[in-house]
Design a protein. Structure first.
Lengths: 55, 267
């Protein structure tokens, strides 16, 4: 994985970015799923809920 | 060393030994007046939260319910205490209702919505829900769907999830999560973590099967995106777009990219 690939994902045309993202997925699927799905019990209260009328 | 259920219970009791000198008529009044700390949890990294959970620190949701459970046992020993694993979150539903009425929202709104889908737990006292966040929210919160689990076993398994999170060795991660499943069978948060860790051992099909089973019980945007990464099936992206917004897809994608970039820098 290189800085160039991240730059391509973020800054290039839609098609090129998609191609770069697919390459990242192919090379780094394990770390990607770990990042997205290994989660601790954690849950606070945010500012948007405070602005929402109570039911 | 993994802590045993009785050790976890003793640890929580130790943390509240000097708290709660006032007397109350019932457990709910006791907990509504308990000095919970809600100040620092927001914006913390998963790593920071893992350390909080292992200490049962009252700044985190796990520490709050463990300490609350210990207080109830201390003051109301006859109360029947259970652990409620939140499968459908009250706050998440509230923001989804807002989103239906006002579809244009800032990223902070969607990040908050994703936060309410994180694994979360509450107490059940004599069958009635107590959500510690009811205190700052200033209203009794009842989550629409929860799984009822044995209290200290579920607290122990939740600590094991954090222990597994901090572990780098994939085999060791799986061993810890398998032990968590053994201590508290059926806990969805354990299965969610297991689904991703199984991929580390190249068990992709098993990982997908487990995630699809969880999707029926606790359908979250994170799980849908996880399934998209694994299967490349666009139906999961459509599910996120329909239930939430395409912004949520972008936020999850950005989170994954940022994590990869950070990992590269650390290497």
């Amino acid at each position: 994985m290189s800085d160039e690939l991240f730059k391509k994902i973020r800054e290039s045309s839609e098609e090129d970015a998609r191609e770069a993202y697919d390459l990242m997925r192919k090379n780094s699927i394990k770390s990607m799923v770990l990042a997205i799905m290994t989660r601790n019990l954690s849950h606070g209260l945010g500012s948007h809920i405070a602005k929402t009328p109570k039911k | 060393m993994l802590k045993k259920v009785q050790e976890v219970r003793a640890m929580a009791h130790g943390l509240v030994a000097k708290k709660g000198n006032k007397n109350f008529n019932n457990a709910f009044d006791l907990l509504k007046n308990f000095p919970f700390d809600f100040s620092t949890e927001r914006g913390m990294s998963q790593r920071q939260i893992a350390f909080l959970n292992l200490k049962l620190d009252g700044c985190g949701c796990l520490g709050r319910i463990a300490q609350a459970g210990a207080m109830v046992e201390k003051k109301f020993p006859d109360a029947k205490l259970m652990f409620g694993e939140v499968l459908e979150d009250f706050f998440c539903n509230l923001l989804l209702d807002v989103l239906k009425k006002e579809p244009t929202q800032p990223d902070s709104f969607f990040n908050e919505l994703l936060m309410y889908e994180e694994p979360h737990s509450i107490l059940l006292i004599n069958g009635k829900q107590f959500e510690p966040l009811s205190v700052p929210y200033q209203m009794d919160v009842i989550h629409p769907k929860i799984a009822v689990l044995p209290f200290w076993e579920a607290v122990t398994a939740s600590m094991m999830i954090s222990k597994a999170w901090l572990e780098n060795n994939p085999h060791r991660k799986i061993v810890i999560l398998a032990e968590a499943e053994n201590v508290c069978p059926g806990m969805i948060a354990v299965k969610e973590n297991l689904a991703s860790c199984l991929l580390l051992l190249n068990r992709k099909q098993y990982s997908i099967k487990l995630a699809e089973e969880i999707l029926v019980v606790r359908p979250t945007a994170r799980l849908m995106y996880f399934l998209f990464i694994l299967t490349e099936d666009e139906k999961y992206i459509k599910m996120i777009e329909e239930k939430y917004s395409s912004r949520v897809v972008n936020l999850l994608k950005e989170e994954v990219i940022e994590n990869e970039r950070r990992t590269l820098q650390e290497d």
